[in-house]
Design a protein around this ligand. Sequence first.
Ligand SMILES: [Zn+2]
Length: 90
Amino acid sequence: MDGGTEFVDGNALAGTLAEVFAVDVTAALARCGSCGETGPLAGLRVYGRAPGLVARCPGCESVVLRVNRGPGAAWLDLRGATCLRVDLPD
Ligand SMILES: [Zn+2]
């Protein structure tokens, strides 16, 4: 895949993911399934040339998540993350 070198930070995921999750997940912590680096989704490198958004690990460039907003549905691929921690109020 041509990842190119132009990307924006993970805050670019906020709009589409806000439709899927009831909380702002850009602050959620994701652990990269490839290198184990853990950080907020806002710290991922987001590439938008593929269909939808592709978010890559800043440590190893592996794909952590993909999200594609199509007509009537969103497709979320999290196979590149071993876990996603979302802080919630008690
Ligand atoms: Zn990584």
